[in-house]
Design a binder for this molecule. Sequence first.
Ligand SMILES: Cc1cc2nc3c(=O)[nH]c(=O)nc-3n(C[C@H](O)[C@H](O)[C@H](O)COP(=O)(O)OP(=O)(O)OC[C@H]3O[C@@H](n4cnc5c(N)ncnc54)[C@H](O)[C@@H]3O)c2cc1C
Length: 321
Amino acid sequence: MTLADRQEHPQLTVSQRDLFAADLAIVLASGSDRLRRAEPMSGHTTFRVGGPADFFIEPSSAAELSAILRTARQHRLPVTVLGNGSNVVVADRGIRGVVISLGQPMAAIRREGDCLVVQAGALLSSVAAFAAREGLGGLAFASGIPGTIGGAVMMNAGAYDHCMAEVARSTRYLDSEWSEQTAAGQELAFGYRTSCFKGTDRIVTETTVCLTPQDPAEILAEMAALAVRRRTSQPLELPSAGSAFKRPPGHYAGKLISDCGLKGFCIGGAAVSTKHAGFIVNLGQATASDVAAVFNHVQATVERETGILLEREVLFIGDWD
Ligand SMILES: Cc1cc2nc3c(=O)[nH]c(=O)nc-3n(C[C@H](O)[C@H](O)[C@H](O)COP(=O)(O)OP(=O)(O)OC[C@H]3O[C@@H](n4cnc5c(N)ncnc54)[C@H](O)[C@@H]3O)c2cc1C
């Protein structure tokens, strides 16, 4: 298919899998029982679609993350890093190699002055709530974005005219040789839904966000108001990956899609939301192929009717054919 990001890794043999699992058991801090095989990715993405990852693991520290990366490379296994899986569509055939999910075991948050130092796996909702309790404003915009801070920095996530670029001061990451580096200020190269991490194999491990003192009650009120705005305008009751397409200059993707008469358009179990045409949703039984087919149809129709080619915001990952 043309729409998906192709993955050129063959199926693993049984002995390859066993050798990797055995070697990983040696390096993991608390044994190999956390290494899951043939893990359905539908359980780890907000779209609730996607086949099995050959291996799936949540590291508990940056050191463990390095050890997993090293072992995967020794065994020539491809690695896919995920946060909360809220901006991806995983192929029905799943993901070959190792999926490393940065989540709760790497989600510590600590205050340093008016900044928060946050491990990559912390959810934005938790970071925003922590900041509010501490009387630090500037993150309310992110409280309803269902991703991790690592994924949010990678995508320069944003909402309601604010984005991560405004608060992310510096980020620690592992480079392609697993050496720990820091990027700060301009080096983070933030742009619309992009950063210096996008399209690279750098892995964000920790980010420092710098905020402004503000009355906690005021921050909580702001967060509550934004939550109401989201609930009334977005189809939060159905699985999705948020806005399907980037905002084209001078237009709104949702309006273009709606003006083309595509609200409610569906293929299999995937549909353009009737509540907000900028969202493609899983009506319950969608496959990743249904989702991809709806993306393709919307893109082709909008281009034919308006001459504007919508660019996907959601990332297609895994073993697409
Ligand atoms: C209902 C809904 C509403 C949404 N609203 C918004 C919104 O208002 N604004 C917005 O910007 N987005 C929104 N999103 C999309 C999504 O939540 C954000 O893009 C979020 O930042 C993705 O974070 P994640 O942890 O889920 O990343 P994932 O989806 O897990 O990964 C996304 C990409 O980041 C990479 N990645 C993840 N973690 C790391 C890491 N530690 N190091 C390096 N790379 C990493 C992955 O490899 C992948 O390429 C919404 C999604 C949903 C489902």
